[in-house]
Each structure stands twice: as structure tokens, then as C-alpha cells.
Design a protein around this ligand. Structure first.
Ligand SMILES: [Zn+2]
Length: 169
């Protein structure tokens, strides 16, 4: 998953909602629930389009062409990513955001999100812009991430990555 160049590409705006896209979002919910995630962005399943699915317990949905129009505050939260399994880091991001977009019926979506929901939306939006969790790490966190990924690579019988930044793509 992490070696997929789609994860490093800015996804395209959704211009048309057809049956195939609706089925894809159904599959994405299934995938997300299978791994006990609360959000999944299209690039994570190899699709270069700007949408994500989410379900954080209190609300669930599909948001197409999402944009953050306002953000406020700061909140540190331990954040993980389905594309980098079992690795999470405390990342500071805005605490509150105002997210707009459209749903599968073409209706406008406008959500004032706080804390976990705001974090989830920002994380998924990052995926649509080709940004990964590792891009938010400070020096110590990056060192730790490299160490864990190197150990995993060795355990998997792959060549250990040689220095010069995280080789995740
Ligand atoms: Zn992620």
C-alpha cells in the first residue's frame, strides 16, 4: 500500500457520480470496517479521485471534493494510518475545522468538526493531496518511524533502506 505512487499524487476532482463510484464507496466502507478504521480515502484503494468515506461512530458518510474553509486552535492527538499499519504518532493539527463538500446525491455538505472528527477529515484530505502521516513527523518521530520500518523491512527479508529520508514511496 505504502509503495503505491497514487498515495503521493494529488487526486482529481470528482466530476460525475455514477453507479461504479457508488459501488466503490460501498467497497471502501467494507475495507474500512475490516481494518477497524474510521476513514478511508480513494487514493488508499488506488483511485485518484477526491473523496473519502468515514464512520467515527457518531456519524458516517461519503464526502466528495472536500475542502477545509476554516480552521482554528491546536490539538495534539495520537494519529495512525491504514497505509502504515501499527504505527502512530502524536501530531498537532488544528482542533476545529469547517469542512465543505458534496455527498453522493450531489447535495452540499457543510460540517463544523471538532477534535476526533476534525482530525479524521484532515487526515483523509491529506491523502487526497498526496500527503502522508510521515510528512507531519518531527525529527525524533521520523527517526523512530525509520527504525520501525527498517526493522520490518529486514524482518520481511527486504534490503534495509539506506539513509536519505523515509523511503515510503
Ligand atoms: Zn491514512
Amino acid at each position: 500500500m505504502i509503495g503505491d505512487p497514487v498515495l503521493r499524487t494529488r487526486a482529481n476532482e470528482v466530476t460525475e457520480v455514477d453507479g461504479a463510484l457508488v459501488r466503490l464507496t460501498d467497497d471502501m466502507f467494507t475495507t474500512m470496517y475490516d481494518v477497524a478504521g474510521i476513514g478511508l480515502a480513494a487514493p488508499q484503494v488506488g483511485v485518484r479521485q477526491r473523496f473519502f468515506v468515514y464512520d467515527h461512530g457518531d456519524a458516517a458518510g461519503v464526502i466528495l471534493n472536500p475542502r477545509i474553509v476554516e480552521s482554528d486552535g491546536e490539538w495534539a492527538f495520537d494519529e495512525g494510518c491504514l497505509s502504515i499499519p501499527d504505527l502512530s504518532f502524536e501530531i498537532v493539527r488544528p482542533k476545529e475545522i469547517h469542512l465543505v463538500g458534496i455527498d453522493l446525491d450531489g447535495n452540499e455538505v457543510s460540517i463544523e468538526a471538532d477534535e476526533l472528527e476534525a482530525r479524521l477529515f484532515q487526515h483523509e484530505l491529506d491523502h487526497l493531496d498526496g500527503v502522508l502521516l510521515v510528512d507531519h513527523l518531527d525529527e525524533d518521530q521520523e527517526r523512530e518511524a525509520k527504525r520501525v520500518l527498517r526493522e520490518r523491512a529486514v524482518a520481511a527479508g527486504m534490503a534495509a533502506p539506506s539513509g536519505g529520508g523515509l523511503r515510503l514511496t
